[in-house]
Design a protein around this ligand. Sequence first.
Ligand SMILES: N[C@@H](CCC(=O)N[C@@H](CS)C(=O)NCC(=O)O)C(=O)O
Length: 212
Amino acid sequence: MLTIYGVYRSRATRPLWLMEELGLPYRHEPVIQAYRLPDAHAPDAPFNTRSAAFLAINPMGSIPSMDDDGFVLHESLAITLYLARKHGGDLAPGDFQEEASMIQWALFAATSIETPALTIAMPPAGDAAAVDNAVTALARPFDVLEAHLKTNTYLVGGRFTAADINVAEIVRYAQGHAPLFATRPALKGWLETCQARPGFKAMWEKRLREPA
Ligand SMILES: N[C@@H](CCC(=O)N[C@@H](CS)C(=O)NCC(=O)O)C(=O)O
């Protein structure tokens, strides 16, 4: 049995969206971030990222994690790529080059987009320049995505794949900053197309049902 650990209000959305696309059975264990709890170590605290039982699964104490019949894996982007590769179909790479391209886009999004995009989603208090700096930092990677998506409907292989899930879920953090997208219509259109999928909507509805 496959278990995915991590609440919807976390990077677990990446593998959880993929699982909606695949339509396969799995167990969801809603481990919550410790920092969201008043006392993560209280006897009645919910299963969280500092629970001994979770640290035994992932000593980093971060979500998501995955256990697939005893194969334990961490890192949201790796889990999403693994599950796509394991179950095959259009979401998965069709050859080594597609696989390398999917890894490239995942690493690109994690290293060049995620941190500034998160600053836009959750601006740090008392740092007035942070959002402006984040917008500046996103200009080049977003221009790269815009140029690619002007001539490609999706990131890899001309079809929707796990690469789109991984990158769309990172780009989403910056979605509240309209000017970043107004000047990049291909990126905006691609993100909207990804988010119009039944798989994304099913994941998002479950996320909205979770307490904020
Ligand atoms: N690079 C990791 C980052 C995981 C991560 O930082 N997750 C956050 C939630 S989105 C977390 O678990 N925080 C827990 C904590 O700080 O206690 C991934 O993509 O899976």
